[in-house]
Write a protein that binds this ligand. Sequence first.
Ligand code: SAM
Length: 259
Amino acid sequence: MHRKTPRLGQHFLRNREILEKIVTVSEISLSDKVVEIGAGMGDLTEILINNAKEVIAIEIDPALYKILKERFYGRENIKLINQDALKFAYEELGEFKVVSNIPYYITKPIIFRLIETPNLKSMTLTIQKEVAERLSAKPSIKAYSALSIIAQYYTEAEIKFYIPAKFFSPPPEVDSAVIKMDRREKPPVDVSDEKLFFRLIKSAFGQRRKMIGNSLKSIIDEPKDFLMKIGIDPMKRPEELSINDFAYLSNELCKICKK
Ligand code: SAM
């Protein structure tokens, strides 16, 4: 059966038990400022208000924003914002955490937007199961990708539990997972040129079936010779390289770029 995708990723999660579980795994406390992206009809928002110091609930849809305004009228620790969450000025908030059932069509841009915001402490997100598995994947498994390394460079990512599609109304086409991503104090590897490090990763995984000796041709002149010289097997595929391997490769490359 073909299901119509609702406008703005509006799949609502109204099961109280699951919503409570999301808030529990988020480990927010009464001293936290919490941002919710896509507050919908406010069921998750209601639980967040009772467990945080302040909730900033962003909702793009004016009709839902009106419902939220009425539902939370007179509540003091909530700020409702009728805006596109991708355009919100998170940098101005001070320290904050995110707890949210993300509209799936903005999953990746919103994660990248948040990851780059230094005052974000953690995010607990309900997202497509496949994306959650990629974000938290370790080397040598199918889900391991550029997204895994970029996410794990900035955060410690862990899937907390899965939510079958049937719990949403209307049900999406895929199952979901709740992932918690805690910002690291510092990245797990030392990288001398972050731009080059991310370029290498994207280029290697952009052609993930190719051996890295071939896929890095756009960045390194003689990739096979260079890789052998620094002790990395050019026959390897990107999924066989860990974040440490990519950091080492990028740092070695940086040395000759600077010569
Ligand atoms: N939090 C509610 C829940 O758990 O049932 C709703 C979640 S629903 C998956 C996503 C919500 O995000 C919808 O209410 C939708 O209108 C809103 N939304 C979609 N795109 C948005 C955007 N760019 N910025 C802010 N909210 C957005």
